[in-house]
Design a protein around this ligand. Sequence first.
Ligand SMILES: *[C@@H]1O[C@H](CO)[C@@H](O)[C@H](O)[C@H]1NC(C)=O
Ligand SMILES: *[C@@H]1O[C@H](CO)[C@@H](O)[C@H](O)[C@H]1NC(C)=O
Ligand SMILES: *[C@@H]1O[C@H](CO)[C@@H](O)[C@H](O)[C@H]1NC(C)=O
Ligand SMILES: *[C@@H]1O[C@H](CO)[C@@H](O)[C@H](O)[C@H]1NC(C)=O
Length: 214
Amino acid sequence: MRSFLTSICILSALVATGNSLICERCTNLHGASCTGVSETCGASKSLCIATLKETFMESHKRQIFEKACGRKENCWNSSMTAGNFRVTVNTLCCTSDLCNNGKPKLLSVNTTLNGQTCPSCFSSMNANSCDEEETMSCRGEETECIQFDVVKRGFVTELRGCATEQMSDSRGKAAFPEKSIHVINFSKSNCSTQLQCSLFLPAAVGFLLLKLFS
Ligand SMILES: *[C@@H]1O[C@H](CO)[C@@H](O)[C@H](O)[C@H]1NC(C)=O
Ligand SMILES: *[C@@H]1O[C@H](CO)[C@@H](O)[C@H](O)[C@H]1NC(C)=O
Ligand SMILES: *[C@@H]1O[C@H](CO)[C@@H](O)[C@H](O)[C@H]1NC(C)=O
Ligand SMILES: *[C@@H]1O[C@H](CO)[C@@H](O)[C@H](O)[C@H]1NC(C)=O
């Protein structure tokens, strides 16, 4: 009887909304799974999505899992590392009713140094307290240098570090998809023009000095 009623409900939901997409919706702020209610997506949202966001601060790990209706620009597999903070976001995006009942595939972590060096900072104390000299070596697919501030309830955190191309393309938003968090002041750090960013600078300076004084 119960499943019969459920079927009627789903059926009438389908009839009432024409061919709108139906997705599962739920949020778990402290874990990697959730189950929730069905929601009918608005016309502008043509995908069902399931997003697993993992943050690492020193050795402290936090997982946030969310299922919802979404758009193509909510689909990311990306990561960034800023000082001792790291965030990875993996999204499952699909187009059929309730298809987001699964989990996104987690990309394996690639820790191989990739040769890029970026300005590095994670400063939640206050904005503009980053050490301009601080740099980090990038790993795996995090080949771009980016920097931005995030604002949550008026509280500003400044991030500088290595990011994947998708993270850079999202202008930092992929790392902070939450509606309550605003990403501002995004820019790609331009390492080739910053002294401390150049891997080969010591050699270049040595060469210049040699040229100047020989
Ligand atoms: C994310 O990775 C999964 C598994 O490799 C892949 O199926 C999916 O298309 C990727 N999504 C994006 C937006 O790159
Ligand atoms: C890991 O990252 C390095 C540096 O970007 C790259 O050369 C290598 O192919 C990656 N390995 C895998 C398994 O993706
Ligand atoms: C960051 O953005 C805020 C607000 O838009 C602005 O007042 C501030 O000057 C910006 N800071 C930098 C370093 O660009
Ligand atoms: C990066 O370099 C380009 C060209 O050298 C320059 O026009 C641009 O202003 C630089 N951007 C930053 C953020 O330093």
